[in-house]
Design a protein around this ligand. Structure first.
Ligand SMILES: [Zn+2]
Length: 107
């Protein structure tokens, strides 16, 4: 058995990829610290999997709620664009009025 403990990332890779690593396997079989670490990696994996499943499974009615949210967002964006057009046309009108040449100096 190797004297050095393998790194957490090496244990993690071995656990997740299933790649053959004889030195590591022999070490893990004989080393309580590293077999505990493998157990922790396995538990973390279960936590991540169940958390992902909970997140990825849509709640009932989610699709309808998403649809109405997206609709509201699109309407709000249209309102903003309309408001921007109104405001910018006001600014353009003011510029045209202010840029008129002075009647006496012609500038
Ligand atoms: Zn070890």
């Amino acid at each position: 058995m190797s004297f050095f403990h393998p790194s957490r990332s090496r244990l993690d890779r071995w656990y997740h990829t299933g790649e053959v690593d004889e030195g590591l396997e022999q070490h893990v079989e004989a080393c309580v610290k590293c077999s505990d670490e493998i157990e922790r990696i396995a538990v973390d994996q279960v936590d991540v999997t169940s958390a992902l499943t909970a997140v990825l499974e849509p709640e009932p009615g989610l699709e309808a709620r998403m649809g109405s949210r997206i609709g509201e967002a699109l309407l709000a964006k249209q309102d903003l664009q309309l408001m921007w057009q109104v405001l910018s046309s006001g600014v353009n009108t003011a510029k045209i009025l202010l840029d008129q040449p002075h009647p006496d100096t012609g500038r």
